[in-house]
Design a protein around this ligand. Structure first.
Ligand SMILES: C[S@@+](CC[C@H](N)C(=O)[O-])C[C@H]1O[C@@H](n2cnc3c(N)ncnc32)[C@H](O)[C@@H]1O
Length: 270
């Protein structure tokens, strides 16, 4: 293993402690609180989680003959449990023992489903031949995109697919805000929101079968919240803007890079 790959394994040991303890410094606490207060409110009013989940269910298709890896599962989200129930074989992995213990309890009665503490990049992770890798909020935790892409390809079957969901830092206001926050951030060594370059590396390595950008125009809603519009009016505007982001970002890179989040269905090229 090369020196920088060894360094990343060391960083991931600190990441494991972060997810086990959830201890944050003051700057990270402020960032999380601002994000939760503003963005979560918008996500909730748009019912965005449900919309993403429905899209991911469609992308998963029939899983009865598929071996699935839930990469960076932590304690499992609602699709994790669906995957465990509906796939031929389900393996969930995470750095955090706390997260894995919790998920293990939730899936203990499901045949062919298990959750294991292991680093995806480490040699201890031997399992392979996955038909689907589900990585919700995970791919941006890898500093070296080339190393990650090589590992994903190695672990996928021919025609295997990846479903991902990650933050983007391609729009100007997000780049500025993140640039100011970054020096103070507790989790900066393992949080790498996608840049244009990251996206294009994935697009070169995999076939992007489908994609959606989220929270593009809708970012402006944070400013709209300062003006005296009724909640009903704001929700109407938010829905209109969100629908434009959701549809236009499928085909236009300009529209995609305005967004704050990206979800993708990628397929291994043969
Ligand atoms: C933002 S959380 C997402 C959790 C979960 N997928 C969800 O939807 O709630 C990112 C997770 O990725 C895990 N992770 C990051 N790098 C990893 C690696 N190299 N191997 C395994 N898990 C990793 C972290 O431990 C963390 O629990």
């Amino acid at each position: 293993m090369k020196k920088d790959e060894e360094d990343i394994i060391e960083i991931n040991k600190r990441q494991q402690i972060f997810y086990d303890t959830k201890e944050k410094n003051w700057a990270t606490k402020i960032w999380y609180s601002l994000r939760n207060r503003n963005l979560q409110k918008i996500r909730k009013s748009l019912n965005l989680e449900k919309q993403i989940q429905e899209l991911h269910l469609e992308w998963c298709g029939d899983l009865s003959n598929k071996k699935v890896l839930d990469l960076g599962c932590y304690e499992g989200n609602s699709l994790s449990i669906y995957l465990a129930h509906n796939s031929k074989e389900y393996l969930a992995i995470d750095l955090s023992e706390k997260g894995i213990n919790h998920l293990s309890g939730r899936i203990k009665n499901i045949e062919n489903a298990q959750a294991v503490v292991v680093d995806f990049l480490s040699e201890d992770f031997q399992e392979g031949s996955f038909d689907l890798i589900y990585a919700y909020g995970v791919l941006h935790h890898f500093k070296n995109t080339n190393q990650l892409i090589a590992r994903l390809k190695e672990k996928l079957n021919e025609n295997g697919t990846i479903i991902s969901n990650d933050p983007l830092m391609t729009s100007f206001p997000v780049k500025v805000a993140r640039g100011i926050y970054r020096p103070f951030q507790s989790d900066k060594d393992w949080e790498w929101p996608f840049t244009r370059k990251t996206y294009y590396k994935f697009a070169a390595a995999f076939e992007i079968k489908d994609r959606r950008g989220m929270l593009g125009r809708v970012k402006k809603l944070m400013l709209l919240n300062l003006l005296p519009f009724s909640e009903q009016k704001k929700t109407m505007i938010a829905e209109k803007w969100h629908n434009k982001d959701w549809e236009n970002s499928r085909h236009s890179d300009i529209e995609l890079f305005r967004c704050m989040h990206i979800t993708m269905l990628m397929q291994k090229k043969n």
